[in-house]
Design a protein around this ligand. Structure first.
Ligand SMILES: CC(=O)N[C@H](C=O)[C@@H](O)[C@H](O)[C@H](O)COP(=O)(O)O
Length: 227
């Protein structure tokens, strides 16, 4: 399976994630979110954890990008840090394995076996990166998709509230593999702009599937008008 076979067309991927400390964590909530997303036209789902990957694979018929977030003391690499998580993601049935391919902690030297393992099991790999250099390094390591996921979440990438359209533009003009716009895409207009900028796919998470963050934005917006 190559990148063009797995997603026959460009479009919207919905990230359905709720960590343990989030209100929607557990049960079949993320599978239901995924069903709602696909019913309305999402062409893929991104999700965290073996439980939700397996549940969503059962629930919907679109490709699933799986990751496992794991907090390792003393490390900032959080998205699919080791081979153990890649094995669990493959075992749970994800079609695409998402992992951190940033330049932190010698990750670029250490991540190749994780990519090779996923490929050996017939899965594609999405590199979550934070800068243009990391994206191009990820491409030379053989990943199948590059996502702007981690821009704003490494100390050396731009810390901003908006999506990183500049990074997206750079990647789209330089990379040969499909680029996925991800991170802080809050409006349909941002999603459309990401595709216009050249992204093959756009991942939207919190703006669709994290109600506690959506509510907080409304409460903030009306706050100054309440007195
Ligand atoms: C930085 C990090 O850990 N991002 C995670 C990656 O999977 C998720 O928590 C995000 O929700 C996802 O990237 C989608 O982004 P947004 O929720 O902003 O649409």
């Amino acid at each position: 399976m190559n990148t063009h076979e797995i997603f026959p067309a460009r479009g919207l991927i919905v990230s359905c994630q709720a960590l343990e400390d989030e209100p929607l964590h557990g049960g079949d909530t993320m599978a239901k979110m995924a069903r709602a997303a696909v019913r309305s036209g999402a062409i893929g789902i991104r999700t965290n954890g073996a439980h939700d990957i397996a549940a969503i694979k059962q629930e919907v018929d679109v490709p699933v990008i799986g990751l496992i977030k794991r907090d390792i003391p003393g490390s900032d690499i959080f998205i699919t840090p080791t081979l153990e998580e890649v094995e669990a993601i493959v075992e749970a049935g994800a079609d695409i394995v998402a992992l951190d391919v940033t330049g932190r902690e010698d990750r670029l030297e250490r991540v190749k076996p994780l990519i090779e393992y996923a490929h050996s099991k017939g899965r594609l790999v999405m590199a979550d990166i934070s800068t243009l250099e990391e994206g191009l390094a990820a491409e030379s390591l053989g990943v199948d998709f590059i996502g702007t996921t981690l821009s704003g979440y490494t100390p050396y990438s731009p810390q901003q509230e908006e999506p990183d359209f500049e990074l997206l533009r750079g990647l789209c003009s330089r990379a040969k593999v499909p680029v996925i716009a991800e991170g802080r895409i809050w409006t349909p207009a941002d999603a459309a702009r990401a595709l216009e900028t050249g992204a093959s796919y756009v991942v939207v998470g919190s703006a669709i599937t994290r109600p506690q963050l959506i509510v907080a934005r409304y409460v903030d917006a009306i706050g100054s008008r309440l007195s």
